[in-house]
Design a binder for this molecule. Sequence first.
Ligand SMILES: Nc1ncnc2c1ncn2[C@@H]1O[C@H](CO)[C@@H](O)[C@H]1OP(=O)(O)O
Ligand SMILES: [Mg+2]
Length: 345
Amino acid sequence: MDVENAVLELCSLPAQVLWSFVCVYRTTCRSPPGGGSTLLLDNEEEETRKYAEPLIGSDCRQGSTSEMADLWQNAMDHAVALARRAGEVVREALQDDRKVMTKSCSVDLVTQTDQKVEQLIIQSVKEKFPTHSFIGEESVAAGEACVLTDCPTWIVDPIDGTTNFVHAFPFVAVSIGFSVNRQMEFAVVYSCLEDKMYTARRGKGAFCNGEPLQVSGQEDIKQSIISTEFGSSRDPEAVEKIFLSLRSILCIPVHGVRGAGTAAINMCHVASGCVEAYYEVGIHVWDVAAGSLLVSEAGGVLMDVDGGAADLMSRRIVAANSRTIAERLVSEIHSFSPLRDDATP
Ligand SMILES: Nc1ncnc2c1ncn2[C@@H]1O[C@H](CO)[C@@H](O)[C@H]1OP(=O)(O)O
Ligand SMILES: [Mg+2]
């Protein structure tokens, strides 16, 4: 059962009874050693107690239930602080020469700053939340598995927009998504050169620097801006499909096609309402995990490029202000299927 729903259902019980339930739940829901999902973990004890305690002497039915049930606020606060620190490192690195290396091909770039920022984030999270899992762009590039389990998982792109960073093109983001039971719980995208901190918490809305975000209300694709990227694949078949899609969409016609050079910021633009939709084939889970929650919490929809359910591991995404715009886009996209992020080698 969902932890938060369980707590909500029990909110009419006296505080002492509730705390007993929490202790029993903690004991009974642990995974067997070495496998399975973990619902409540040692380091969440503090959070659990924090949100149970306000019940004492108060009637939870009068308003504090959502706060009480938010078990992950402490982790989210930590993610925001880490993203801000990572952003400082990125800004400082822009003052220096950037040594550029390549990964899958000559236009898939990485710098020492990508690696340094990912290490900074992962080390800090490991100290504070030692039982949590990670999927990090540079860790996967170094050979770690890219598998999403039910465990609390930090999905980290230390620099989304590395090509922009290398060229000092001013859209660079630190992207941190957090999932539990394979569902996004919170999202932090820090656009560090604009100093914009985008945050979202499941069921509680999306924000930029604390201001609530709302997707555009535009339902006519001919009055819309669509964003996408060319990505890093130069495989002729993929490039052909990318151009066919772009041509079809441009000639609907739409008001314009844009691309910030980072999937995370493109999705923040959808959440903010200045772009109606973003689509791309070839992205990775770390590019879109946080952005997906920002879009849905701002009132938008997520979809596969063929119109099915969005799948963060599939390397295909449509993120739109509405189902109408998403489905219209899908009808113009020439889709293809890159190797999934969780494909077994
Ligand atoms: N040459 C390139 N041009 C555009 N995006 C690229 C790219 N190489 C990799 N990407 C990645 O693909 C995503 C969507 O285009 C971007 O967010 C970017 O994430 P990255 O900077 O974290 O690698
Ligand atoms: Mg990225």
